[in-house]
Design a protein around this ligand. Sequence first.
Ligand SMILES: [Zn+2]
Length: 188
Amino acid sequence: MERAKTEVKNKKVEAYLSLPAFLSIVSSSIETFKKETIGYLIGVKGENKYMVEYAIPYQTAESSFAHVTIDLKRVERVNSILRLLSEGLEYIGEFHSHTAFGESRAYIIPSSEDLLTTVPGELNIICAVNPKKRSVKWYENKNGALIGTVDEYRIEIGGYFVKKPAIGKKYQRVRIKCPSVTGIGVKR
Ligand SMILES: [Zn+2]
């Protein structure tokens, strides 16, 4: 029993960001800094792997420090548009930003509110934006988060997903990769 649990935990789930998806997540999170941004992710979902081709911010999301709400019908709408393209792309999840508030830093940890609205099986990306102290080149840390600096901001991009609906909504980390910005096979 214990062992089975550990195996599930150790199974690595990865999400690869295309350069356009990466740029869209970072730029929309910075533009709305001090307010949270939210958007959806388009790509391909495989076994323990997500390929994120596009990240599209919602234009009309009710944005606030507390949370952002969206119309669930959008998912259907987006998928019906994508079906016309027949390139195998589909709605695979969402991204949103966490921003520094006063003295409190922003983290890539999902809030209990986030977990309450997380759809099982969907990829969730959190982009945490904080004022930077020094510049760093983009790298992937040991927890699978993507970290770097842009202008005066320090950006951290983390991923998670929920396997199935459960009490307490335990989540699993998704390692975020973007070889376009970190280089291939570079580890620090
Ligand atoms: Zn959140």
